[in-house]
Write a protein that binds this ligand. Structure first.
Ligand code: ATP
Ligand code: NAG
Ligand code: NAG
Ligand code: NAG
Ligand code: NAG
Length: 500
């Protein structure tokens, strides 16, 4: 992102963020006692706060609010049976008729008595320490922090230097209105994160919405609207370049997680959800799990249609046609859009390259059926789970000659010391050769295929799928006792590589 390009710029921005977090927390705590009698006298009409010439801005603000309403309308009927949107709107809040006023803005401020997962409120931001910037985009800025008691978390704010804000300011020259407009995207994301809970969606730990009225009184001046902060579990931005150089197993994991996510989204509590902006930068990883973090461009509606021609999915090099259903909806369009995007942004880069020989026909089949949109998300998930099963059980290795282990002497309860490392392709370490294997037989076949290999060592370490990590060496100086490990030494090493 442009903000991160220049280290000086990033440092300045971090300083800005730290200061503004502290300032807003201070103001937040000052406001705390006086919220009820704050000078905010609106009866709920967004318009009255802005000069009349801002009619267009007001229109846009109302459009954004209306976009959030349907997401809240079914609150309380969530799969987990909790009033998940209660902090945005009080529990007894009744969504108004479409054309009426949308209720006092103070109802959008933080509620108390939260239940469920989204339990942290403004209070948990009191002793916050900003550490560094995790990422930024057109709309939002994400900062790594330690909350009280040293809990790491990611805070998401409106990116006040981002393009969304800049564009709005150019058009309307109204910092307060623009902050509010852009903050609706973050509010929408918060509501979606409350409603869509899944292992592959970032966990919302809490949020804070300040009273919109307090700001000016406290002399904040320019920045408008109540400040909105989402408190998320902290992840690591997905590094596509790094992933391309990772072992197949890790790349497969990213694709599998993505398919599990899309399966959930296709029949979520909100209906079939499409991710309109579907790119690797919308995802992070948390302890090896892929998680969607950018939800502001998600839509829960399937497009309405009159004829089949209204239901075409356009991509740069492909387009697909769907039938228009009797209800007048392009049924299944959201699911298909997601699946094709998964194919073009993830599978094509991550899946085929260096797939295990016993699995390539299955991988090719997935590539073809998703690339042609012949399989739906259910069938795609089944195909992935089938690959995972074979891979975990070693059933794809049925052509390994078991006798190859006879060429090795095994030493149980030992590991090597003073090992002579060599590098291999797609290794788990950069300096040496560490690969995942099903068992010693697979490791032996790999060692046989590397001319430098004379020895391999199985440690107790395992990958996410339960496969063993094996280190391959061209030699070592001694063996040391290690209860978890086994060393395999090739008996008849080729003369030119015998270093032991
Ligand atoms: N929980 C998190 N942990 C770590 N990094 C995160 C987290 N959430 C977001 N990020 C990083 O911050 C970046 C910006 O967040 P996000 O995508 O929500 O903002 P955005 O303005 O909508 O971005 P874009 O312009 O790409 O749509 C992400 O690309 C990601 O790298
Ligand atoms: C309340 O809103 C209406 C428009 O819906 C407006 O005409 C009226 O003046 C407002 N009242 C107050 C007290 O602000
Ligand atoms: C799928 O397979 C068919 C037939 O082999 C081929 O013509 C087509 O290009 C393949 N499509 C993709 C997306 O790989
Ligand atoms: C997909 O799977 C879900 C259950 O996971 C099931 O309810 C649904 O009917 C399936 N859809 C299709 C089209 O088979
Ligand atoms: C390793 O797994 C393969 C495939 O399942 C099997 O044929 C072989 O006997 C196993 N080797 C050992 C040492 O267990």
């Amino acid at each position: 992102m442009p903000l991160m390009g220049n280290p000086l710029c990033a440092a300045a921005l971090l300083a800005f963020v730290v200061i503004s977090v502290l300032v807003s927390l201070l103001i937040g705590s000052l406001q705390h006692g006086s919220k009820a009698k704050s000078g905010y006298v609106s009866n709920g009409t967004l318009g009255e706060e802005f000069a009349p010439r801002h009619g267009e801005l007001i229109y846009q603000l109302n459009e954004r609010r209306k976009e959030i309403m349907p997401l809240l309308a079914t609150a309380g009927q969530g799969s987990r049976g909790q009033p998940s949107a209660s902090s945005l709107f009080p529990q007894q809040y009744q969504p108004p008729a479409a054309d009426s006023d949308l209720g006092p803005r103070s109802e959008l401020t933080d509620g108390s008595g939260l239940t469920g997962v989204d339990e942290m409120g403004c209070d948990s931001l009191v002793d916050v320490r900003a550490v560094d910037i995790l990422g930024s985009g057109y709309t939002k800025l994400v900062v790594r922090v330690f909350l009280s008691e040293d809990q790491p978390a990611a805070l998401k704010f409106v990116n006040e230097q981002g393009s969304d804000m800049e564009k709005c300011l150019q058009e309307f020259e109204d910092p307060r209105g623009c902050y509010e407009l852009v903050s609706y995207k973050l509010k929408k994301e918060i509501v979606l994160l409350q409603r869509l809970q899944h292992p592959n969606i970032i966990k919302l730990r809490g949020h804070c919405m300040e009273d919109a009225g307090g700001g000016e009184e406290e002399g904040e001046g320019e920045r408008g609207g109540g400040r909105v902060t989402a408190i998320l579990e902290q992840g690591h931005p997905l590094q596509m370049i790094q992933l391309l150089q990772s072992p197949w197993e890790e790349r497969f994991k990213v694709c599998l997680d993505l398919v599990r996510l899309l399966h959930f989204l296709s029949r979520s509590p909100l209906g079939s959800v499409a991710l309109l902006d579907f790119q690797p930068r919308q995802f992070v990883t948390v302890s090896g799990e892929l998680k969607l973090t950018d939800l502001d461009d998600a839509t829960v509606e399937e497009p309405a249609c009159q004829t089949d021609a209204d239901c075409t999915l356009q991509f740069p090099h492909r387009h697909f046609s769907l039938p228009c259903s009797a209800r007048g909806v392009c049924e299944g369009l959201n699911e298909k859009r997601n699946l094709y995007n998964a194919y073009r942004y993830f599978f094509t880069y991550l899946l085929p390259h260096q797939a295990p020989p016993g699995l390539t026909h299955l991988v090719d089949h997935i590539m073809n059926s998703t690339g042609e949109l012949r399989a739906d998300i259910n069938q795609t998930l089944e195909a992935f789970e089938h690959i995972l099963l074979l891979y975990k059980s070693g059933l794809h290795l049925d052509n390994l000659p078991p006798s190859i282990l006879k060429d090795y002497t095994v030493m149980h309860g030992m590991r090597t010391s003073g090992s002579v490392e060599y590098r291999c392709w797609l290794s788990y370490t950069h300096q040496g050769c560490v690969l995942s294997v099903h068992n010693a037989t697979e490791a032996a076949s790999i060692c046989n295929s590397h001319s430098q290999c004379t020895t391999f060592c199985l440690t107790g370490e395992r990958t996410w799928s339960g496969r063993h990590l094996a280190s391959f060496y061209s030699g070592f100086s001694s063996l040391v006792p290690d209860g978890m490990s086994e060393v395999y030494l090739r008996k008849a090493s080729p003369p030119e590589t015998a270093t032991v």
